[in-house]
Design a protein around this ligand. Structure first.
Ligand code: NI
Length: 495
């Protein structure tokens, strides 16, 4: 494994080790004794100014030093491996419930890296590249984004990219982004500083005098900055090629007094929040847990004609055990017969769609009769679960223009028909689904038949092993708004 050089300028060697030990203790590598020698409260902090000091250098595996994730309320981990062109991309990151601005920043960042990896082969990244991609070549890109500070209303996420070529050479870059749990806003690290202070900091970090062939003010060299608990500014940057030390990331610490003079209003606000011990949870609760199905390969398993008081709870148990989400298209008549089971489905976080009251061919009904089927089912589902379905599925998939207008909401059909009701045999319908499924697909099954339930463990395990994330219909279509009267079978590909 390649180790990246870790230089600390302006601090002492002890200061460099403080940073290293604290992090390495967290991953339990080299801490002897009580294992808490590097605890934050008891260590000496660097107070020297940068200018005029001889650089002290310690070599540490930088990816570990920069990985000290902290838990945040509502945070949930994601990871996958994709084979993009000839490159293997290993990604891990943390979304935070209730912070859509942060989550979408993470998505853009990840998709940008994946698209760049796909570009030499003349294409763009597709989620199918993350299926069965665990076995790859030696040329890997490792990306991660984890919260590294969480205090008051501020969550700081460090985004890292480690690009390792075939010959073992590597490049590491990192950036920090600041999410405000109160406002939902996301800021880049450069916004910590007053604009007029940026050039000075850059010249101290890079050693290149301000104004001389330096990078533009937007250059990513000041992309990774965090404020330490004593008010110091820690700037991590890759040394520019001009210095002859390309490919090495360094951290420069700027003392609290100098830092205070350079902070913007935003930087001062962040510093104020650092004194808070706990992080405040995001102000808004999410309507649904964010998953980006342009990024991860998703599929929506859907189950029709229930709820059934015997088979549906069995399915709920399997879904829970496999940490999978699904969508249930309930009929009004089944819901009226088994309201407690309907509520169990909704309470487990699965999505519920309207499948009409009496399961008729809607194409044979008048618009008024179609609306009545919809309304009575809405009322039954609302009475049982407290929720009103925002989408529907016509029985038998039977819909025409008149039905599309009359139902007055999105019609969710399917891309893969398991024909589970026909074969009543998992050995037939499970391989059929596995053969036909592609990322973005909606899959049709029925939760009222014991033979369907009997195949779910195997089906779900196979899909997850391939890399599929099983999501609800609203999650599958997140970011591509569903329109009333339109028919959907799968998530449209990213434009
Ligand atoms: Ni049906």
């Amino acid at each position: 494994m390649r180790h990246f050089s870790w230089h600390t300028r302006g601090g002492t060697a002890a200061a460099a080790l403080r940073i290293g030990l604290g992090s390495l203790c967290a991953v339990a590598l080299i801490c002897g004794g009580d294992g808490h020698a590097g605890s934050r409260a008891s260590v000496q902090r660097p107070q020297e100014t940068v200018t005029g000091k001889t650089p002290e250098v310690a070599t540490l595996p930088l990816p570990d030093v920069l990985s000290l994730p902290v838990n945040v309320p509502g945070g949930y981990p994601m990871s996958f491996t994709a084979l993009v062109g000839a490159r293997q991309v290993k990604a891990s990151w943390t979304y935070v419930d209730g912070l859509p601005g942060l989550n979408s920043q993470l998505d853009s960042w990840l998709l940008g890296i994946l698209d760049a990896a796909a570009a030499p082969a003349g294409g763009r990244y597709r989620p199918s590249m993350a299926l069965n991609a665990a076995q790859g070549s030696g040329s890997a890109i490792t990306v991660s984004a984890e919260p590294v500070q969480a205090n008051g209303s501020v969550i700081v996420v460090r985004e890292k990219v480690k690009d390792t070529g075939m010959n073992g050479t590597g490049a590491l870059s990192s950036a920090t982004v600041y999410a405000d749990t109160a406002s939902g806003e996301v800021h880049g690290a450069a916004e910590l500083l007053r604009p007029e202070a940026v050039a000075g900091i850059r010249s101290r970090v890079t050693g290149v005098p301000a104004g001389i062939a330096g990078p533009s003010p937007q250059a990513p060299v000041l992309a990774d900055m965090v404020l330490g608990p004593a008010g110091e500014l820690q700037v991590t940057a890759e040394r520019p090629a001009a210095s002859g030390r390309s490919g090495e990331a360094e951290m420069t610490t700027i003392d609290a007094r100098d830092t205070a003079a350079m902070l913007s209003d935003f930087g001062r606000k962040v510093q104020g929040q650092l004194r808070a011990a706990e992080v405040a949870p995001p102000a808004t609760a999410p309507a649904l847990r964010h998953v980006n199905c342009d990024l991860v390969p998703c599929a929506a398993l859907t189950y029709d004609d229930g709820p059934d008081p015997k088979t549906t709870p069995q399915l709920l148990g399997i879904l829970k055990e496999k940490n999978a989400q699904a969508t249930f298209f309930m009929t009004g008549s089944s819901t009226v017969a088994s309201p407690a089971t309907a509520k169990q489905v909704a309470d487990a976080g699965h999505a519920v769609g309207n499948h009409t009251f009496s399961h008729p061919y809607l194409t044979k009904l008048s618009p008024a009769a179609v609306r009545s089927e919809m309304d009575r089912t809405d009322a039954a589902i609302r009475a049982a679960t407290g929720l009103t379905p925002s989408f529907m599925r016509p029985p038998y998939g039977a819909a025409d223009a008149a039905v599309q207008v009359a139902v007055g909401r999105p019609l969710i059909l399917w891309a893969v028909d398991s024909l589970d009701w026909q074969s009543k045999n998992p050995a037939v319908f499970v391989p059929k689904v596995l053969k036909e499924i592609t990322p973005g697909a909606v899959v049709l099954m029925h939760d009222v038949d014991p033979t369907t339930i009997a195949g779910q463990q195997e089906l779900i395990t196979s899909l997850q092993t391939q890399g599929y994330r099983l999501v609800t219909v609203p999650q599958l279509f997140e970011g591509t708004p569903l329109v009333a009267g339109h028919v959907y079978r799968s998530r449209p590909e990213r434009k």
